[in-house]
Design a protein around this ligand. Structure first.
Ligand SMILES: Nc1ncnc2c1ncn2[C@@H]1O[C@H](COP(=O)(O)OP(=O)(O)OP(=O)(O)O)[C@@H](O)[C@H]1O
Ligand SMILES: [Mg+2]
Length: 358
């Protein structure tokens, strides 16, 4: 790579691992954040209001499928408030003591980010209620009848929680957030702008048509768009002159098995199992997960949101159903009794349920 005074070139020359690159591609401010116009406007108001009053903003919950920018947004919130960000995650807070240690170290105005907050253990969750509402915690010392509880003050802070499953949050926890931002899949035009920005940071030349091609196959998800861009860049640098044209993008995406809709191997095996093994459904998500050798949570949180949005899968009370589009995607003719648009449950009997539906 040629090193010149251009900032993006210099940046690209010392960012070697994909992990470093991912961090460098994160938007750093609300203005830098592309897409999610409603969420941005709402957050702008929440943050500006708090800044004007000189206080800490209400607790904020960010919900949405993986890779849409929840972690990036949490970092932006702290940056916009000029506060420091303390980072932890639901699974790391197994005991209430873990959370108490975290909370007692907070300084006034800090942003505490809890990723995957729906996976927080019960005792820690109960401690969190109190901390969120009254900025104090009760630490239990000792065991049995001799145990005493010592109240501890917590500095006023803002909790930012992120979850891919806001439905899995308990009511009391959800109620204690003053604002919930729902992140939705991105439009292709927004992804195209994200790709153009990423290409600039990575110092790679990306044509407009090529950006559109990659954007259309990114499942509405910036993380996937950025990942595809890095893979296409590899191809362009190894097999061509490094410039990403539409033809280069197409050829590269064919090598990586990314089809026109951006469905990946797992998406395709879920669709294939649903159609080929279960006759199009309805089938429970746990059964489907077993059939593709994945965790039900992965199928439910990673694959399904996009397949539902793409109109390939319908969720019905009796389980998941393949729509006509899913049959066609697999090159099959949909059965005649499949309802128009495939949204209705089919007339045939439900398939064998091996496990309880969730
Ligand atoms: N609006 C955006 N503009 C530009 N890049 C974005 C945007 N949103 C996300 N990204 C990119 O996508 C990547 C993934 O975003 P992030 O880690 O914030 O997602 P997430 O919602 O926290 O995902 P997960 O649920 O898997 O933790 C980031 O590294 C960033 O480069
Ligand atoms: Mg994240």
């Amino acid at each position: 790579m040629t090193v010149d005074s251009d900032e993006s070139q210099v940046t690209a020359s010392y960012l070697t691992s994909d992990g470093d690159v991912e961090a460098s591609l994160r938007p750093k401010s609300l203005d830098d954040f592309i897409g999610q116009p409603r969420v941005r406007e709402q957050l702008q108001l929440v943050l500006s209001g708090a800044k004007m009053r000189g206080g800490t903003p209400d607790h904020i919950l960010l919900s949405g499928p993986p890779g849409l920018g929840k972690t990036s947004m949490a970092m932006i919130i702290a940056a916009e408030l000029n506060s420091s960000l303390r980072l932890t995650s639901g699974p790391a807070l197994e005991r209430a003591g873990d959370l108490a240690a975290m909370l007692s170290n907070l300084v006034e105005g800090d942003v505490l980010f809890i990723d995957e907050i729906h996976r927080i253990a019960r005792p820690a969750e109960e401690m969190l209620y109190l901390a969120m509402e009254d900025f104090r915690v009760d630490v239990i010392v000792g065991k049995g009848p001799g145990a005493t509880s010592i109240p501890l003050e917590v500095a006023p802070f803002t909790l930012v929680g992120a979850t891919t499953r806001s439905g899995a949050l308990t009511g009391p926890l959800r109620d204690r957030f003053g604002f919930t931002a729902h992140m939705d899949f991105y439009e292709p035009a927004e992804l195209q702008r994200i790709l153009a920005r990423s290409a600039r940071i990575l110092g790679v030349e990306l044509g407009e048509e090529a950006a559109a091609e990659i954007a259309g196959r990114s499942r509405g998800t910036p993380r996937i768009a950025n990942r595809l861009l890095r893979r296409v860049r590899d191809y362009a640098e190894v097999r061509a002159d490094g410039i990403i044209t539409r033809d280069i993008a197409r050829a590269a995406l064919a090598v990586y098995d990314v089809d026109r809709l951006g469905l990946d191997r797992l998406d395709r095996s879920v669709l294939s199992a649903l159609v080929r093994s279960f006759g199009g459904g309805p089938v429970g998500v746990s059964t489907l997960a077993v059939a593709v050798g994945e965790e039900p949570a992965t199928v439910e949180e990673v694959c399904e949101p996009f397949l539902v949005r793409a109109g390939m899968i319908a969720r019905t009370p009796r389980g998941r159903v393949a729509t006509a589009a899913a049959w066609e995607q697999l090159g099959l003719v949909p059965p005649p009794d499949l309802a128009v648009g495939g949204i209705e449950v089919r007339a045939s009997e439900p398939q064998l349920e091996l496990f309880e539906d969730r």
